[in-house]
Design a protein around this ligand. Structure first.
Ligand SMILES: [Zn+2]
Ligand SMILES: [Zn+2]
Ligand SMILES: [Zn+2]
Length: 278
């Protein structure tokens, strides 16, 4: 399984329009943060994306995305959904299933109502099949399980992604990627579903607390609780540069004697691999 971070930024994207702070003005390419999204390729070429934010077109071009088998949504906020129209070319050959929780799918149908209406010939529209989901689903050899988490008071979904066990000598629970963007709390019932991920990508907005997002210290505390081998922070705002967050993660690891764990900020274009790829 190959994982590409398409975007690691908060809702504004970094640089923020009109902002001249040192992070928005930084020359470090890792400080350019598009809206949060993840692209995952399975061992048999399956390809799924988690969230299609307003930067999706640019992200797809940059990552060289040429096919998609399904779209998974965390929630309906604009920064995670509003690039959905740009899956048009990727849905030309076959309609794309779009999975999310009940609320997200209902909201998608309302916000993108034109997709489901009769329109004149020649008007291009994405071909999608929205479907509310409450349990795991398989896309080819990839298994995706919804993880209910809280984004303020809103219940949204994280996703756990695994290469489905093929039954030939693999461990019963294959190593997992867990993606928890826009998360401020993990309900008791979700911890067992998360398990111990190989890779955890988790909301770490900034150092200061926020009502609908984990702060970086809260995200790292949650990472320790999961025992994830590799943790990457995402949905990052412009308070800190990539280098500063790296430094913070490094001192957090030292202070908590976690030298064996990887803890780093994600950045756009970051690629990771799980399974036979590693
Ligand atoms: Zn967001
Ligand atoms: Zn700024
Ligand atoms: Zn959100």
């Amino acid at each position: 399984m190959k994982i590409t971070v398409l975007g690691s930024g908060t809702s504004h994207g970094i640089p923020v329009i009109g902002c001249h702070c040192r992070v928005c003005a930084s020359d470090d390419s890792r400080d350019k943060r598009l809206r949060a999204s993840l692209y995952i390729e399975g061992e048999s070429g399956e390809a799924v994306v988690i969230d299609t934010g307003p930067d999706f077109r640019l992200q797809a071009l940059q990552a060289g995305i040429e096919k998609l088998d399904a779209i998974f949504l965390t929630h309906d906020h604009a920064d995670h959904l509003h690039g959905l129209d740009d899956v048009r070319t990727l849905s030309q050959n076959k309609p794309l299933p779009v999975y999310g929780n009940d609320k997200t799918i209902a909201e998608l149908r309302e916000r993108f109502s034109y997709i489901f209406k009769e329109t004149q010939q020649g008007g291009g529209k994405p071909r999608i099949i929205p479907q509310a989901l409450s349990g795991p689903i398989q896309i080819g050899g990839l298994s995706l399980s919804p993880l209910p988490v809280l984004h303020g008071t809103l219940e949204i979904l994280g996703w756990k992604v695994q290469q489905a066990s093929a039954g030939h000598g693999r461990a019963p629970d294959p190593p997992a990627l867990v993606y928890l963007t826009d998360t401020s709390a993990i309900p008791e019932g979700t911890w067992p579903l998360i398990g111990q991920p190989e890779i955890l990508i988790i909301d770490g907005l900034r150092l200061r607390p926020h009502v609908t997002h984990f702060s970086i210290p809260e995200a790292l505390d949650a990472a320790v609780k999961t025992g994830a081998r590799r943790t990457y922070l995402t949905h990052i705002c412009h308070d800190l540069s990539h280098a500063e967050i790296e430094e913070y993660c490094c001192s957090y690891r030292k202070e908590h004697h976690l030298e064996a764990m990887v803890m780093e900020p994600a950045y756009d274009g970051l690629q990771m691999e799980i399974g036979p790829y590693t």
